[in-house]
Design a protein. Structure first.
Length: 172
């Protein structure tokens, strides 16, 4: 793995983030989006994350942005306020180089800093896919499966829910 730096995403990163995500929209079931959001949508998400005090990170090497990851509210209702969801995507040519592990490890740490109690992953690529393996390696456990809740590329798709407790900075 060439030197990779993690940093907070800024609005100027939105085009690279949009391009990475568009690949998964067009070629995989890793997202249930069927059309790629425009760059402006990613600019707004980056800015909203910063305003909410939640991490939106990019991984960058000499070639540019090679992945991104962010924390978001798991559900909008107040009782879920201490549960966050992680999202992580890598440029296809950078998969399998340890960058996902760096990003997810940092998200877990950041979740603790903002007082999260649980971190949830919603994974549509199966319990044995690379995303599930990464999450399992970092302490997530499968907590449920929702069968055939997505439909993309003419197929019904399950999602696996994974979660892990977060080591909160306040000790609760």
């Amino acid at each position: 793995m060439s030197h990779v730096q993690l940093r907070a995403a800024v609005a100027d990163d939105a085009a690279a983030v949009a391009a990475i995500y568009a690949h998964y929209v067009e070629h995989s079931v890793a997202t249930f989006d069927t059309s790629a959001p425009p760059t402006q949508t990613w600019t707004e998400r980056i800015e909203a994350s910063a305003a909410a005090g939640l991490a939106f990170l990019v991984a960058e090497n000499a070639d540019g942005i090679c992945g991104f990851a962010y924390l978001s509210a798991f559900r909008p209702k107040p009782a879920y306020q201490h549960t966050l969801e992680d999202t992580l995507y890598l440029a296809p040519e950078h998969v399998g180089r340890g960058i996902g592990r760096l990003l997810l490890s940092e998200l877990i740490d950041r979740a603790g800093l903002v007082g999260a109690h649980q971190l949830v992953a919603v994974i549509s690529t199966g319990e044995d896919g690379p995303s599930a393996r990464l999450h399992r390696a970092l302490g997530f456990e499968a907590s449920g499966r929702l069968r055939e809740v997505g439909h993309k590329f003419g197929e019904w798709i399950d999602i696996v829910l994974m979660q892990r407790a977060v080591n909160r900075v306040d000790g609760r």
